[in-house]
Design a protein around this ligand. Structure first.
Ligand SMILES: Nc1ncnc2c1ncn2[C@@H]1O[C@H](COP(=O)(O)OP(=O)(O)O)[C@@H](O)[C@H]1O
Ligand SMILES: N[C@@H](CCC(=O)OP(=O)(O)O)C(=O)O
Length: 370
């Protein structure tokens, strides 16, 4: 099935909308744009799909009520604005979805809630039950309590993680631009990219890190990273304009479609590959890179040339090649201080208590460079 057909046929869709697509030029929430989005989602629901909406806009919606002219830079004021704005936003969705007799459920998450394995089943269960009860979950980052350490940073990433968490069949990223281009179309002529089948299709793409409105975060770079994260984890992605939501959620061919790379990862392997924080790095020689990535073998001390970080056994670490590219992630069997004496040595030359592989193949996930 083509990527576009997979998105069009998806039974469970995560739709993410950015701040810039919900606000007026002056910065307040735009009820007409919000209604248009809700109409498109209600249409998809009526056609038989379930939809989870990941909506930004809390900070933007809180600025005018607090008399703040532009997006604040400091975290405390952002959090205060989000606190005021999230209620405004939630209320706007309740009223707008009510026009279609649809109920909404607000789900505010921190990175910990979907990244820590002990927590994510909770989020999974709530979202699944909301859907079973016929409600539309409206998800945002829990900005008021998310400190820098536990922030997703941007809702594109949150949406990609949620899409995998709930086993969505597709992720639709709606923005103020109608597709991915090879450069920022605001800055000059740029070529539109309609299909991304693999990494070579986005090689050389310049994706800006800030949006036009100054209200969102991350710009196209965070969208591209999220699209690649979801597609690498087995969820097809469509990036399109929020003003074209009806077509993006319907059969029309709009935007940029990102094909999946292979099978869907299990929750545990997805967590290992993308969600968990890593606390260190192991640098591998070429032979070890091939053993881990191509042959899917365990990582032995002999193939490691250097380590950084302050990790302990059981932590997630990144594996890089000699050029510093991250090629895999895995759970280490050793504490960082134990490794300098072991690396570069063949197992049979080490004391018996030190012959265990550094990372077992079952605890290793090669990262797709597609
Ligand atoms: N390569 C690119 N292709 C498309 N848009 C790009 C690219 N690089 C930068 N951009 C800009 O990114 C913006 C979208 O980011 P942003 O406003 O943060 O979105 P949102 O608020 O929807 O999350 C677009 O308005 C576009 O001008
Ligand atoms: N959680 C923040 C949004 C952060 C964010 O990623 O914004 P955007 O780039 O507009 O999707 C808010 O609701 O204001």
């Amino acid at each position: 099935m083509s990527t576009r057909a997979a998105v069009a046929d998806a039974r469970l869709v995560v739709v993410k909308v950015g701040s810039s697509s919900l606000t007026t030029a002056e910065g307040g929430l735009d009820p007409a744009r919000l209604d248009d989005l809700v109409d498109a989602i209600a249409g998809r629901r009526a056609a038989g799909s379930q939809v989870v909406l990941v909506s930004s806009g809390a900070i933007a919606a809180g600025l005018a009520p607090l008399g703040i002219a532009r997006r604040p830079r400091d975290l405390a004021t952002q959090q205060a604005a989000a606190s005021v704005g999230q209620i405004v936003l939630g209320h706007a969705y309740v009223a707008s979805f009510a026009r279609h007799s649809l109920r909404v459920g607000q789900v505010l998450l921190t990175a910990d809630d979907v990244v820590r394995r002990s927590h994510y089943r909770n989020a999974q269960r709530t979202l699944t039950r909301l859907l079973a009860l016929g409600a539309v979950p409206v998800v945002n980052e829990n900005d008021t309590v998310a400190t820098d350490e536990i922030r997703f940073g941007d809702n594109d990433r949150l949406a990609a993680l949620v899409a995998h968490l709930i086993g969505a069949d597709a992720l639709v990223l709606l923005s103020d631009v109608d597709a991915l281009y090879d450069g920022d179309p605001r800055l000059g002529p740029a070529r539109r990219i309609t299909e991304v089948a693999g990494g070579s299709d986005v090689e050389g793409v310049r994706a800006g890190t800030s949006g036009a409105s100054g209200l969102g975060t991350g710009g196209m770079a965070s969208k591209l990273a999220a699209a690649r994260l979801a597609s690498a984890a087995g969820v097809p992605v469509l990036l399109a304009a929020a003003t074209d939501a009806v077509n993006a959620l319907g059969p029309a061919e709009v935007g940029t479609a990102f094909a999946t790379a292979g099978r869907r990862l299990s929750s545990r392997r997805f967590w290992l590959a993308y969600a968990a924080d890593s606390t260190g790095t192991l640098t591998l020689d070429d032979g070890a890179v091939a053993a881990v990535v191509r042959d899917r073998r365990s990582l032995l001390a002999a193939g490691i040339t250097a380590t950084t970080g302050d990790f302990v056994a059981g932590d997630v670490v990144e594996l890089t090649d000699q050029s510093g590219n991250v090629i895999a992630r895995g759970i280490t069997n050793y504490d960082a201080p134990e490794l300098p004496d072991l690396i570069g040595h063949q197992s049979h030359t080490l004391p018996t208590s030190r012959r265990r592989e550094v990372i077992h193949a079952d605890d290793l996930v090669p990262l797709a460079h597609h």
